[in-house]
Design a binder for this molecule. Structure first.
Ligand code: TRP
Length: 335
């Protein structure tokens, strides 16, 4: 019998709009993969509160993130798309897993080291420290086979594997040991003004960040102003020509063209022509997604209803795993 492998991924609701890096690096591959896998996608609001949040904004960003998943083609009738905090099993399993996680092991997570250094000791919470354990709980609750993530999350998935193996060795086979699937270089998008840094919502200036929900005229202008170089040739060279390479990556991701095909298409033409083509491809891609997301956000009650149905589906799977875990570690069943 062939069983469909399970896939799990998630994104933090940390901005009003996703940016082109999230779209090309995560949403597009997720949309493709949902046809081949039994896919679970969450909006990880409990991860988002490891840094200070405004309550009303968090609620709004959570809805907005979910709306953009759906608008980008994640189908809530096909994939299980839900809000992490709606399924209480996540926090309970995270606690249990924290008891088999080494203090030093958690302390070696480079994302924690970076963030805690940036925030300073007084702004670094225990929640930020145990963030990867909550992520492990997300993944392991669903008996996940594959976890598509960016490079920066690979170490967290490795920790998840270690915890699954450790738990299984100690208490008997309970969890599937998941594999990370790391986004290809072809899906890595850089800042248009600073093309050696990843495109990010936390960039100091937003001039090089393309927001999915921005008016497309703003997006068009940002592309026409993207940093290139002075040699005038459309050629893929990440080291020597990072600006042009980045635009080629964006264009290739949206049109399906290879680097060689793009080089041919623009041979003997200037950057002006090339940028116009990139602009048209991005605008054509973003426009309907933006319209759909805004339409979904116009009816928050219906969006909340869809998310609740999917939380119910997720909960069923999660509770099954959690009941097994509780029994295995010796928690007395409530009579
Ligand atoms: N930590 C991930 C990120 O910032 C988000 C995340 C939380 C996640 N739980 C997950 C990703 C489970 C994959 C699987 O990108």
């Amino acid at each position: 019998m062939v069983t469909t492998e399970r896939l799990y991924s998630g994104m933090q609701p940390s901005a009003d709009s996703l940016q082109a890096g999230n779209y090309i690096g995560a949403l597009l591959p997720w949309r493709r993969m949902q046809a081949e896998y039994d896919a679970f996608f969450s909006v990880v609001d409990l991860h988002a509160i490891t840094v200070p949040q405004d309550p009303a904004e968090l609620r709004e960003k959570t809805r907005r993130t979910a709306a953009q998943y759906i608008a980008a083609g994640i189908e809530p009738s096909k994939s299980t798309l839900y809000v992490q905090s709606h399924v209480k099993a996540h926090t309970e399993l995270a606690w249990i897993l924290s008891t088999i996680t080494g203090f030093g092991e958690a302390g070696r997570m480079t994302q924690f080291k970076d963030k805690s250094q940036r925030f300073g000791e007084s702004a670094t919470s225990v929640g930020l420290f145990t963030y990867p354990v909550l992520m492990a709980a997300d993944i392991l609750l669903y008996q996940t086979d594959v976890v598509p993530v960016g490079d920066d999350q690979k170490q967290h998935v490795e920790l998840t594997r270690d915890l699954a193996e450790r738990f299984n060795a100690r208490f008997g086979k309970t969890f599937v040991v998941p594999k990370p699937v790391i986004a290809a270089e072809a899906a890595r998008i850089y800042d248009l003004q600073n093309p050696t840094s990843k495109m990010s919502k936390s960039a100091e200036s937003h001039a090089g960040v393309l927001w999915l929900l921005d008016d497309v005229s703003v997006t068009a202008k940002k592309i026409m102003r993207a940093v290139t170089d002075s040699d005038g040739v459309v050629r893929y060279d990440r080291e020597a020509k990072p600006g042009v390479a980045n635009l080629m990556t964006i264009y290739g991701a949206l049109t399906g063209s290879t680097h060689a095909a793009i080089e041919d298409e623009f041979a003997g033409r200037g950057y002006g022509d090339f940028k116009k083509a990139v602009r048209d491809a991005v605008v054509a891609e973003f426009e309907p997604v933006r319209a759909k997301a805004l339409e979904l956000l116009d009816d928050p009650a219906e969006l909340d209803r869809v998310l609740a149905v999917n939380a119910g589906k997720a909960e069923e799977v999660a509770e099954r795993t959690l009941t097994d875990v509780r029994d295995r570690i010796g928690l007395l069943r409530r009579g």
